[in-house]
Design a binder for this molecule. Sequence first.
Ligand SMILES: C[S@@+](CC[C@H](N)C(=O)[O-])C[C@H]1O[C@@H](n2cnc3c(N)ncnc32)[C@H](O)[C@@H]1O
Length: 289
Amino acid sequence: MSLKLRLKERLFLILDLLPEKQGFYFYHKIQDTINGENMSQRVKTNEQSFEVLKRLLQQKDLSIEGKNILEIGSGWVPIMPYFMLYRGKAKSISTFDLNRHFSKNKISRLNEVFQSEYGIRVTQDSTNPYRLPKKITYYPNTDLINADLPEAELVFSRFVLEHVKPDDLALMHEKFKRELKPGSLIVHLISPSDHRAYVDKNLSLQDFLQYSEAEWKGKQTKFDYHNRLRLPQYLAIFKAAGLELLHVEYDKPGADTFKRFSSVPIHEDFKNFTDEELTAGSINVVLKL
Ligand SMILES: C[S@@+](CC[C@H](N)C(=O)[O-])C[C@H]1O[C@@H](n2cnc3c(N)ncnc32)[C@H](O)[C@@H]1O
């Protein structure tokens, strides 16, 4: 394991020992520093995701224009909502997060990047505590499962589902099916790979599949929970919630990635999956209610 990953894991373990409030305080401080430095880069990677979202909808002769959108997992700054609003001409975006990550400072930095790199002038609402534009509503510290849902014809998530407990995924999708209008769409961009491999380039993207559930639980903290669900498990949850699968696509491993995967001693919990199911990466799904 690389020194960088070892240090990260130690730091999370120490933060996890602190009382919840203090632990999250320091976690946010660290994340703010990292994210503040990389704002421009973060916007660029979100722009690629926005292009993916547009393509997925276009394939079905659909678009973002005029839609009320519900985003699951707002993250640190409202980058996707900005692209949806200013490039996609969405009608409104309601963005939900279990935590509170937005702040006036971060949003002001994001606005500078949109102005300097895209010539987009964000119209801030001076009465909004985060100075968000009027068409974007932020619901921090909110569990969607118990929330009153706003009007929405499109639900979207980016790199969130892999961090949600399987039972909660089921409850969330059952709620969408029950409470949103029939015909509404759901688009998820899912990153099912072992995120530790992004820090330690020597690790396989499937390294975590060698552990039992109990072993993996011991390696995680509340700051980096990953459910390790494989493609068929996500599809089964969506199906059980009564959703229609309109489209699914995923990355297949190149020779190098597959070689690394082959050297991972896969735990028997995952033995019923094929190699293709185990290695399916960057999963994009379009669902219909
Ligand atoms: C890896 S971040 C991704 C954030 C953002 N979508 C992005 O692409 O940068 C995951 C976010 O999802 C939030 N999250 C995790 N579980 C959630 C849930 N059940 N409901 C809403 N937000 C959740 C976390 O608090 C975190 O902000």
